[in-house]
Design a protein. Structure first.
Length: 247
């Protein structure tokens, strides 16, 4: 009897750890999204159902009613490799302020010395890494430079030229709107590498002043005006196959 009790206690004590270990795939990744609900995520208070799970994917309609509309993980992470599939569902908004971004992260200028602007169909989201303020967001959007750039660092005039160039994609690797894309985001200390659809678009970019730990987040962007029209590029996105390997 005593042996049976000891065995039961051991099973209760080590069962969760054993189950967690079994969740890892052959490459050591653990799921962050179970395909069923938002377990492990903080749905924004007052969201009212705009972040939802549909057919095994996280679906967002860019209309959250919460004050802070982004979807963050409950857990904070230090160094990691994150894998996530994403797709932009549609682009109903035409963005009149799309810039032609040069390899150094600056905007291409026209004959008048002002940045060239293009009007293009655009939707916008991204992956927040360790920060809630969006500074270190890995972008998802429709700009010609491609997804994967880190807008908060590229646009910061206080950053050294090598930092701004480092967070600018080396190529555009996005698939057409409506198709699924795959990110692999590696963050070690303050050094970031982003692989998009098998193409290394950001390699060993330095992100000064990065916190040592923080949550991961899926970005809300855009909204509608009083006339019911989109006032900015909306986050009409879906996410699936979200998994992480802590380093």
């Amino acid at each position: 009897m005593r042996t049976a009790v000891i065995a039961l206690v051991a099973a209760l004590a080590f069962g969760p750890a054993r189950a967690a270990a079994q969740e890892k795939d052959k490459d050591g990744f653990v799921p962050l999204f179970n395909g069923k609900d938002f377990a492990g995520w903080k749905v924004p208070e007052g969201d009212n159902g705009h972040w939802k799970v549909v057919d095994g994917v996280i679906d967002y309609d860019a209309l959250s009613e919460a004050k802070d509309k982004h979807l963050f993980t409950e857990k904070e992470f230090g160094d990691f490799v994150l894998r996530v599939d994403w797709r932009i569902k549609e682009t109903p908004f035409t963005n009149p302020n799309v810039y032609d971004i040069l390899p150094d992260g600056s905007h291409k200028l026209g004959p008048d010395g002002k940045p060239i602007k293009m009007a293009l169909p655009d939707s916008d989201s991204g992956i927040y890494t360790r920060r809630r303020d969006g500074k270190s967001q890995v972008n998802i959007w429709c700009w010609p430079v491609g997804s994967g750039e880190v807008y908060g660092y590229r646009m910061d005039p206080k950053m050294p030229p090598e930092v701004r160039a480092g967070v600018t994609p080396k190529k555009k690797a996005d698939k057409p709107i409506g198709e699924w894309n795959s990110f692999e985001i590696t963050l070690k200390g303050n050094v970031l590498t982003v692989v998009l659809n098998g193409e290394k678009v950001i390699e060993n970019a330095t992100l000064p002043d990065m916190p040592a730990k923080g949550p991961l987040g899926l970005q809300h962007h855009g909204g509608k005006n009083k006339e019911g029209k989109w006032s900015g590029p909306p986050s009409l996105v879906q996410f699936r196959n979200i998994k992480i390997k802590e380093l």
